[in-house]
Design a protein around this ligand. Structure first.
Ligand SMILES: Nc1nc2c(ncn2[C@@H]2O[C@H](COP(=O)(O)OP(=O)(O)O)[C@@H](O)[C@H]2O)c(=O)[nH]1
Ligand SMILES: [Mg+2]
Ligand SMILES: [Zn+2]
Length: 295
């Protein structure tokens, strides 16, 4: 049996990239497969080549995750794209994306784009945010889609992975995709005319790039409400730097409990006030004492 990756999923079409030959072939799932599961872009499949060159899908491997927007399975990486200027950096939005994508198991990496366009002040701001997120436990990469700077490093970091881009409008997601894969980023839904009238489906392609990596051609979230995805008392698990501390109560929400080591770390400056404020905002909690700690 051969192993492949579903790189194209639109209406009735299933495009499979075969790992042994690097060929793209049309996949046709056997009835027993079809009865068991839908097939998504990002599914790893096993099967055999038919005489006519199509690929009989005999098996869909178990998924490690399945994103809904865009509909892609087995996403290893979400590339959270930000800029310092044009548009201005929105740290709360980034913190929301980091939390939600960590929660669904898509190991987020932070990419600051447009570094070519920064003046002295912008570069200083970039340094501060970069330090902050690295200290919190995230990988941070500086790129310029315009000058192709930093793209090799990005390709190394996501080697062999299925990726999608996320982040607000205007930060350069389309430009990065174009620079990495040569293709244009599709954003909207695709309408199809079928025999049964007009259907709306979200077709997705995975585009090969770099060192055995694939990128979805529809972006992930540009903004997100964490409470729609994560239970309130679990948000604390998706602030990586909080996990280094052990509070008196194992279910401490780091708000009003006594013996909170996260708040102690905040007071000592080991945890960033920006990050802690984002946490409280996601929790929809107001803490009077924060005025004293974070000036
Ligand atoms: N100076 C500079 N401009 C960029 C860079 N990347 C994208 N842009 C510009 O930023 C604008 C938004 O880019 P786009 O890729 O459409 O962003 P998206 O909304 O995130 O897909 C466009 O005018 C791009 O030309 C970059 O690295 N440097
Ligand atoms: Mg775009
Ligand atoms: Zn605590």
């Amino acid at each position: 049996m051969k192993r492949g990756l579903v790189v194209e999923r639109e209406a009735q079409l299933i495009g499979v990239f075969l790992f042994d030959s690097g060929q793209k072939v049309r996949g046709i799932p056997l009835g027993k497969v079809r009865a068991k599961t839908k097939i998504y872009a990002g599914d790893y499949v096993r099967g055999r080549l038919n005489a006519d060159g199509t690929f009989a899908i005999e098996e869909v491997e178990e998924r490690k995750n399945l994103l809904i927007r865009p509909p892609i399975a087995n996403v290893d990486r979400v590339i959270c794209v930000c800029s310092i200027r044009d548009p201005d950096f929105d740290n709360y939005l980034l913190d929301c994306l980091l939390a939600v994508y960590d929660h669904v198991g898509c190991n987020p990496v932070i990419v600051f784009n447009k570094i070519d366009a920064l003046g002295e002040e912008g570069r200083e701001e970039l340094r501060l945010w970069t330090d902050l997120y690295q200290e919190a436990g995230y990988e941070v990469i500086h790129v310029s889609a315009k000058n192709q700077e930093g793209l090799e490093r990005l390709k190394d970091v996501v080697e062999g992975e299925i990726c999608i881009l996320a982040g607000p409008s205007g930060v350069g997601k389309s430009s990065i995709l174009k620079a990495l894969t040569g293709a244009e980023l599709r954003t909207g839904e695709v309408s199809h005319k079928t025999g049964r009238g007009r259907h709306t489906t979200t077709g997705v392609k995975l585009l090969p790039f770099g060192k055995g990596s694939f990128m979805g051609d529809s972006p992930g979230f540009s903004k997100v409400e964490p409470l729609n995805f994560i239970r309130r008392n679990e948000i604390r698990n998706y602030f990586r730097e909080f996990l280094r501390y052990e509070c008196k109560f194992p279910d401490c929400t780091h708000t009003t409990e006594p013996g909170c080591e996260v708040k102690e770390a905040l007071k000592r400056g080991e945890i960033s006030c920006y990050r802690f404020k984002s946490y409280l905002k996601m929790m929809k909690v107001f803490l009077e004492e924060l005025k004293e700690i974070c000036r």
